[in-house]
Write a protein that binds this ligand. Sequence first.
Ligand SMILES: [Zn+2]
Length: 811
Amino acid sequence: MRKLTVIALAAAVATLNVAAAQPIRQTTNDWRDAFRQLEDEDWPTPNRERRATGAPGPDYWQQDVDYDIDIHLNERTKVLTGSATVTYTNNAPDELDFLWYLLDQNRFRDDSIAVMTETVGGGGRAASRVGGSMPEGVSAYSVRRRDRLENDGYGFNITAVTDADGADMDHTIVDTLMRIDLDDTLETGDSVTFTIEWNYRLIETQVVGGRAGWECFEETSDTGGDCIYQIAQWFPRAAVFSDYEGWHNKAFLGRGEFGLEFGDYNVSITVPQDFIVSATGVLQNPEEVLTQSQRQRLEEARTADEPVFIVTPSEARANERRGTRSEATWEFSAENVRDYAWAGSRKFIWDAVGVEQDGEGEAPDLVMAMSFYPNESEPLWSSFSTRAVEHTLEVYNSFAFPYPYPVAQSIAGPQGGMEYPMITFNGGTYGRPVEDDDGNLSYSLGAKRGLIGVIIHEIGHIYFPMVVNTDERQWTWMDEGVNSFLQFEAERLWEEDFPVRRGDPHTITSYMVSRDQMPIMTQSDSILQFGPNAYSKPTIALVILRETVLGRELFDEAFQTYARRWRFRRPTPYDFFRTMEEVSGVDLDWFWRGWFYSTDHVDISIDRVIEGTLNTENPEIENALAAQIEADRAESLTEVRNREDGLSTYAESNPEVIEFYSRTDRHAVTNRQREAYERFRDGLEEYEEEIIDRGDRFYYVDLSNQGGVVMPVILEFTFANGETDLVRIPAEIWRYNPVNTTWVYRTQREVVSVELDPLWETADADRTDNYYPPRIEPTRLEMYRSSSSSSNMMDDMDRRVTRDDIQDRPE
Ligand SMILES: [Zn+2]
């Protein structure tokens, strides 16, 4: 730390001005206003549907689409055949002559946009092969997948679209979308009813990928080698018609998920008679499909303290027998859901427990948390699954709103993690223990963490986006980011030291300085580094907003307001941003700009700290100080060497030249200085005298913003006596100059060091410049041992070289 004595006393006392000490290194050419408002520039103009407050406006509307569906699973051919009677209600101020429907299974047609445009690297991996370099290999997995896509004939076969009178309706299929032309214009407030019939072949999830499908297990001594079916995107769903985009007719490319409308469903699912079925909604015919003891156990589970088996592991094992020809139909109904999924298998163990909550008159006071899983998932699933569902409801309720549906279900199967209203597909193969050669089961810490984490995540999605109905096809962060943030909060409340993967700010720094970044505000299908971009970065942005920028009280109030304002409605990013500012009372445009609209990172540096102390003008003090400064300086090297060489000065040989100045201490206090000091003191105001006599120290902290994102500056000062002081400076410190700034810390204690962001809360990507004075950085080095790996063909072929071989070489 450099020490500086403030010399110009009167001026220093009168103008202790930070700005005066501020070095402006940024030129006016590259100046940018990090605090410029986003309103009316990047954000749309508010209107009667969506207000500047972030709330839905007085004219907010959305469509209603209700379904009655019959669906049949052919277990042998893996074909689903269905018929849906749809009632579409037009609440828009627009007249509609046609409706668009989503045919998401068409993504798996071998001529779909999704399949035809798959590129090398694919799937959001950065730097997919950039021209020129030679490909190094082909994955057998991808070849097998392409074989399936080319040979198995996936995609919807739409066999009929008929109106209420049974007459055919014109319809046109465009990739994953279908336009249904209406017989009559659908006016505002009117409904139309029509029927769609279809069939399609289910995909094998682990071969083709995707969010649903089937998985068959190997037959073992005590299992039947049966299959689990997880069924989603299985019926033509209405595309979104919204106030801000009209029809949302962007093809499904596999990544950007689903924009959907709310509605009520009655669904009849016909499957082999020995299947256990889980579905969105509440079972309507338990007397027909459940045994009496199953119904009784379900009743007991409602008030049980811990999960109760409805189907036990041994019953599931006994149920795994092949060849049932008879079928059963499970009837479910669900209200106010934006999608519908189900799962079935004769392998399912089933457990359940009732979770009490305060429904606030809008939600049930008791929710059934339930899990369905095969014996292959045991004992992990009966230990954790339903309990993780229960925990998720408790944490999300506290952040958002009471869980609005009567059931919350977690299903094991091929899909590693996917959400639907009231039902989630979790875990995939990593949710299963492994068996060694001796038949002993074990699971890794990662398997435990992964399973609990994914169940929290997917159940959490029932709030976001299944209830807060965000536009996933455009903005992945609005469901994945917001939900991963709440997942992090729930994981941190699951168990002390739970190995949480994403959420603590330091976990994002390597991504934040990586190549191939794009802003969080990027359309879903175009995002590179998908996990860090759409999940981790928004999660950590929200953690920082909560813990560092707003504080818990303001954040939680604003976040809950957002969740409740947009429950069962469709928010845009701007509705979220505006609500958070409006309710917290804090301008956050700089934060959204840095974290959501840029690829800058956080890296603030302490460039220099200068300690200033006030000149007292008292010659008794100041002259001694000047003498001390002179004494601290090294003596003239030339004079030292002269002495060492035995050289004598002229004055030593001629003492008659020694006079007053040779004999007098240069720093001696003179009477004139004493008189001047008295006059100076007489001229001071009382408060000025007090300041001088108190002995304040002024620490000038020079900061530079190396990363680009303006952020609050958190400084911890450590004093000579070992005490510390943590100072939190709001981000507005950067408003005049977002690159360089100087801040003054005043204290009477001597500061020995300063640390920036000591709690690691801002995702500062380079901590080496966070300490003043700097620290030596430790690292562990691996010792390399030289090993020759270059091939030696002679040796490989067991040839021994002779001198003749060499001399014989051709010219
Ligand atoms: Zn998710």
